[in-house]
Unconditional design. Structure first.
Length: 351
């Protein structure tokens, strides 16, 4: 017969069960605490990883915003530099004033700004093109042609001709408002952009593309076919390039020519820079020549003379042009924008 447990044995069993349950609970608590600590540690690691990835991203976004503000401010202050000129401005493929001006702006105005963007914000930005330098040199053409290209003088049909119904180019002669025949170079036709004659839109082509070039340099071809139309001499010719560079600071560089009196040169140049707050006139002429004296009188410190018998040091000339423009205040807005961008990048780098 099975022996019944005594009261003491029953109590001991209950106590043992309680101890076991307590130990199990304690172990569970310790396990849960350890799990919580591990989870907390894991979450901290994940947060740190996220922060380490998110911070550079935020810096890049701020850097891009700083650059966009800089670009906007610079384009408003100095939309560009328009380099108008003849073969003196054209120079060579290796050395010319527009190319040297672009390099001088990069060095003197921006300096190490590109590196600063990379170091402070982790972004690479295109600094060099913020102030575009437009090469508007037309080798083989003179100051009268240049004046017509810029709108300083009227551009008119020289001899009456008929625009055909087809889009085939037809030779055209051109004069300026003073009645002087203009000798444009046919190879420069595309740089005039769209052309309008008596309400008919089209483009200039080299005269050799016309059926009968008649010794002209240019031909006109209408954009769309239509009815043939006779065009009398003296009809205005509108070209797209006249207004395209209006907002830019003009830099004019040309050689003295025997076919222009000093007074006419000054008249043309004054018309080309009329209404401009900032500009530079550069001329290759002898020191003390009539033209040199006339340009000094008309333009003062906005005029730079080059020796016509010596090769032009384009880098040195670009430095002078930029210095003279700075003296006029032409670079003030751009310099302020660059300084502000540098300060914002410094603040970003400090965190």
């Amino acid at each position: 017969m099975k022996r019944r447990k005594t009261r003491r044995e029953i109590v001991r069993g209950v106590v043992a069960d309680v101890v076991i349950v307590a130990l199990a609970a304690a172990c569970l608590v310790l396990y849960l605490n350890a799990s919580d600590k591990q989870a907390s540690h894991q979450a901290q690691i994940m947060r740190q990883a996220y922060e380490s990835e998110a911070q550079p991203k935020r810096d890049r976004q701020r850097g891009q915003a700083i650059f966009q503000d800089l670009l906007k401010s610079i384009r408003e202050a100095l939309p560009g530099i328009a380099c108008w000129g003849d073969d003196a401005m054209a120079g060579t493929a290796q050395s010319n004033l527009p190319k040297s001006l672009l390099a001088a702006i990069q060095s003197d105005l921006y300096g190490d700004l590109s590196d600063t963007f990379t170091e402070a914000a982790g972004v690479r930005v295109a600094i060099s093109g913020m102030i575009p330098v437009h090469d508007l040199s037309f080798a083989g053409e003179g100051l009268r042609e240049l004046a017509a290209r810029t709108g300083a003088r009227e551009l008119l049909v020289g001899e009456g001709f008929t625009i055909p119904a087809s889009t085939d180019p037809v030779a055209i002669s051109l004069t300026d408002g003073a009645g002087q025949a203009l000798s444009f170079v046919g190879a420069n036709n595309a740089r005039m952009g769209r052309v309008s004659i008596d309400g008919i839109n089209g483009y200039f082509y080299p005269a050799e593309q016309a059926a009968n070039g008649r010794g002209a340099a240019l031909a006109f071809g209408r954009e769309l076919s239509g009815e043939a139309r006779p065009v009398p001499a003296g009809t205005p010719v509108r070209i797209e390039s006249i207004s395209r560079f209006d907002a830019c600071v003009p830099v004019l560089f040309f050689r003295e020519r025997d076919d222009l009196w000093a007074a006419e040169v000054v008249d043309i140049l004054e018309a080309m820079v009329e209404g401009k707050d900032h500009y530079i006139v550069v001329c290759a002429t002898d020191a003390g020549s009539l033209l040199d004296a006339a340009l000094i009188s008309a333009f003062g410190e906005r005029y730079i003379r080059c020796d016509p018998s010596e090769a032009v040091d384009c880098d040195a000339l670009a430095d002078r042009v930029l210095t003279y423009l700075d003296m006029q205040g032409a670079l003030d807005g751009a310099k302020s924008a660059v300084a502000e961008a540098r300060e914002r990048l410094r603040q970003l780098a400090r965190g």
